[in-house]
Design a protein around this ligand. Structure first.
Ligand SMILES: [Zn+2]
Length: 245
């Protein structure tokens, strides 16, 4: 399995295949941050579990996308080996992850949106790590409540730059690492059901802010004063704007 920190020619092959799908990764023989985010982005866009780890399912999906676009795989038989790619212990770079916010199911990395280039390059400012840990602890409880269905984070932290670019609310809780837009993998449980459980059911009290209005994702946050809103939209543009709140 290829993941963050993996090294070797398989890493190069994987990056070359991703580049054929439109990613602009370098050809270093290592899965670095940019490659990890590319993998997560690919997985997210294709309704796979966006954990940044390239297992057989992800390889298969990359292949089917390549074939669908009439593009050849790079070195097919070799890349197939990533499914059982051995990972020497000394090559795993555990150190950078040491003090980052993390919980049972979610980590700091789940808060970084691959489209938010500023944050990808600079990381999330440490002043918000406490908020992020708080949200992670609460999301873990939600995930524990639904052990059969993987909770997917669509959007977590946003830099000022990215928030402006997507026309997010100027005081969005996403700017402080206090908010998450979430949904379940394959949308098996819809966001209305989840919202009901969070607001009135057994998970009541975990969050203070809720934004609901489509089955695409549910906005939850830990703002100081309670808030609830429906996303109302009269045009495509407006819909997109509210999606980004
Ligand atoms: Zn949101």
């Amino acid at each position: 399995m290829l993941k963050y920190g993996s090294r070797g020619s398989e890493a190069v092959d994987l990056k070359r295949e991703l580049n054929r799908l439109g990613f602009g990764l370098n050809n270093a023989p290592r899965i670095g941050l940019a490659a990890m985010f590319a993998i997560k982005k690919f997985q997210n866009e294709n309704n796979l579990i966006a954990d940044g780890e390239v297992d057989g399912i992800t390889v298969k999906e990359i292949r089917s996308k390549l074939y669908a676009q009439n593009k050849a795989p790079v070195i097919a038989p070799e890349l197939d080996n990533v499914i059982s790619f051995p990972q020497p212990a000394e090559e795993v770079e555990a150190e950078p992850f040491k003090d980052y916010p993390r919980g049972k199911h979610f980590t700091y990395w789940d808060f970084i949106n691959p489209d938010d280039i500023y944050t990808v390059e600079n990381g999330i400012p440490e002043e918000y790590w406490g908020n992020i840990q708080e949200v992670i602890d609460r999301l873990d409880k939600v995930q524990d409540f639904y052990p059969e269905n993987k909770l997917i984070i669509r959007s977590g932290f946003r830099s000022e730059e990215y928030n402006k670019a997507i026309r997010g609310a100027s005081d969005s809780q996403h700017l402080y690492g206090k908010a998450m837009d979430i949904y379940f993998v394959n949308r098996i449980i819809n966001t209305y059901t989840l919202a009901r459980e969070l607001m009135r059911g057994e998970l009541k009290g975990l969050f203070t802010g809720y934004g609901l209005g489509s089955n695409t994702n549910l906005h939850v946050d830990i703002r100081e004063n309670k808030a609830f809103w429906w996303y109302k939209f009269k045009s495509w543009d407006q819909w997109k704007h509210y999606q980004n709140r």
